[in-house]
Each structure stands twice: as structure tokens, then as C-alpha cells.
Design a protein around this ligand. Sequence first.
Ligand code: NAD
Length: 428
Amino acid sequence: MRIVRRGMAPTRDDSTRSALTIAQQQLDDTARAMGLPDSTRRFLRELKRELVVHFPVEMDDGSFRVFTGFRVQHNIARGPAKGGLRYHPRVTLDDVRALAMYMTWKSAVVDLPFGGAKGGVICDPKALSLTELERMTRRFTTEISIIIGPDRDIPAPDLGTGPDVMAWIMDTLSMHAGYSVAASVTGKPTAIGGSEGRYGATGRGLVIVTQLAMRDHGMDATGATVAVQGFGKVGAVTAELLAAAGMKVVAVSDSSGGVHRDTGLDVSALRALKDEGGRLADYGAADRISNDELLTLDVDVLVPAALEAQISGSLAQRMRARLIAEGANAPIDPEADAVLAEQGTVVVPDILANAGGIIVSYFEWVQDLQAYFWAAGEVNARLKEVMVRSYEHVRARAQELDVTMRSAAYQIAVERVAAASEVRGIYP
Ligand code: NAD
């Protein structure tokens, strides 16, 4: 396979542009490349529904604070909206809009019967007690309950949220309904209808496509060097599974900073440190490394699995990784994407690379609706089947059109969503 491919159009300085503007630009570029009717493009670049809520929560000391949260649905032409909930101090409506749009494309590229949504609350979950977090989650759930539900919009974990938050959401919605509504969220504990294999699904899927891309580009997995930015639900599992596959994880980072060791890190020890509530910065058996240093390491595989917009055009010029598998959503801005395509860096795009989470979320939703649960082996086998099929489809399209995998993935996704929207027609 030739490596240098036409990607999405390079743009002006992306650091000054909003996440939504970038997401819309990506759609515009895709629409132009595939000759999408302009009316369809204009429809798809808007968000269907946006809810902003401000709500009070009682703190443990008896005072109350007012929080702001969002739930945004981009498109529901192919099925109920689906997407994560983010608890982060800097989450904005603009970010949530862009992320909702990415969720539509992600569901479509792996051919799930879902649309795209995203939500979040502006808060620092680490600064809240467990009881404050629960009260905030239950009140936020109540506020957005007017637009979410198992047939309408199904939340899932994202940055700063996990199974405990999902359990509170499920319980709150069930209390309102008067019966258990297991299919109302995914990423729940298995005790209340969560799926086996959901926690590690995004990392597992990412490792599957990384190995396929390495195979296609003649890269030997054994001993291949890896750097992972972000050591949470996606990053830590990915690092562990890549190490288990015989690769050498030489650097990882979290919000406290990064650690680096040329001979390879003990990923299990780092995971244990995090599970005990520690920070990577406290790990003594490796050198400290900055975020930029980690991203520009000379490694075979780089996995950005922290936040959006981590790799700018100027940073990309200094990057030396041969393959980048995007664990986070939109970690590479379009200007950087163009630089990387020009440099011949293989990029497995977010909407494909990190789709494992939504795929197993879909399996969880299906199991809840049927009240019939699958063993972990079955979940993982079905995940692999969908990831491999989707990867091969994207790769074949990239080869056929001589474009990057990102362009190919977007074209497949937009084609499917446009087809569903067009065949449904305009109501009334
Ligand atoms: P998480 O909260 O479990 O972990 C995030 C990690 O990133 C933490 O280790 C945090 O310390 C670290 N981090 C934050 N800022 C950082 C910085 N500036 N530099 C280095 N590390 C930093 O979140 P997650 O669920 O692992 O999600 C990570 C990314 O993957 C997000 O962009 C999310 O949208 C995306 N994603 C998650 C899933 C999923 O199933 N959880 C699925 C698809 C995409």
C-alpha cells in the first residue's frame, strides 16, 4: 500500500478555531470529495437538538452550588442517539457539539443502528466527594431526562465518568419510570445489566486495528515501541494489551505528567499505581517526560488517548511515530493531519480506531433489551468481527480512492448517514 495519501484539506491555524468549526470543516471536505448534494451537507453540518441545563446541588457542608451541563444530539436518522457523558472542568457546549457529530460518524462507520450524541457537566469530579458526585449526577440525569431514554438517546462513560456514574443514571431513570430501565445507559456494572467486556472494549478494539494497520504497513509487532498519552479507561487498557501482544511500551502519561523508559515500562505496575489512586508522576522507576516530549518520541506506535486537539501542525512537524492510532476523539487537528499525511505517517482515525466502546455499548443495549446476556468470549469475538470488517472496509476504500484512512472512514460514514436521511425524506 502506498503511504502518502490525500487527506482532508490543510487549513489555517486550527488553534484559533472552535472544535465545532473543525468538525464542520471535516464534513464539508468530505462532502466535496464525495460530491454530496449541498442540501444534505447543510443539513448534516447542524446539530439536531441541544439542551443546556443549570441546576443546584447540595454540597456535603450544607451549601449548594449551581452546575451547568449539556446534552446534544447531532443526528438520529439511523437510530437512537448514542454518546458519552463527560465530567471535566473545561468542557464546553462547543466541544460537546463537535463530539456529538463525531459520534454520528463513528456509529455509521462501524455500521451500528445509532445516531450521535454527547453530553457533559462542567465540574472537576476529583474535587467532589462521592456523595456530591452522586447528587450531581442524579439531578443532571433528571434535568436531561426529557430527551434521553432507551429508544431516544443512550448515554455512556467518557472522560471523568465510569460505571458508578452510569449506575446512578440508570437508577434515577428507573425511579422516574417506576421499573428498571437497564437499556437507558451503557457502561453500567454487570450487576445491573452491564455487558461483559465493556470496560476494556475501546482499548481492545484499538489494539485490533493497530495490529491490522501494522501488518498492512510491514511493521513487526514483536518489540515494536509504543507511547500512550492518557492513562485512563482507554489508554491504560490499550497499553496493557499492546504490551501483552509483545510490544514495548516505552512512555505513558496522565494529567500529572509522563514517564519514560527506553527498555520498556512495567505497565501492570503503573496500572496498579493508578488503581490505588496514585499519579504517574509519583512512579519512581522511570524518567519523567513532558507531554510534548512523549508525543514527539521516535516510536513505532503512538496512541493519543487523553483529550482533543493535542497535536497541532507545528508539533506534527516534530513527530517521529510511524503509526498513530487515535484513542481520543479528534486529538490531531486538521493542519497536523495534513502534515502527517505529507510525512507518510499512518493514522488510524478516531471514528474507526476508538469505536470498540460504542460497539460493545451496542451489544450491551441489545442484551438489555432482550434480557439475555452473553459471555465475555462472545462479546470479544463479536467486537473483533466488527472491528476487522470495518477496518478492511475503510482500508479498501482508502486504497480505491488513494486517500487517507481518515478521508475514507468519513466518506463511508457520511454516505450511510446521508442515505438514511435521504430515504426518510423531509417531514412533513
Ligand atoms: P479517562 O477519564 O478514563 O482517562 C483520561 C486520561 O487522560 C487520564 O489518565 C487523565 O489523567 C489523562 N489526561 C488528561 N489530560 C491529560 C493531558 N493533558 N496529558 C496527558 N494525559 C492527560 O477517559 P477515557 O474514557 O480513557 O477517555 C480518553 C479519551 O478517549 C477521551 O478523549 C474520550 O472522549 C475518548 N474515548 C473514550 C471512550 C471510552 O470508551 N471511554 C471511547 C471512545 C473515545
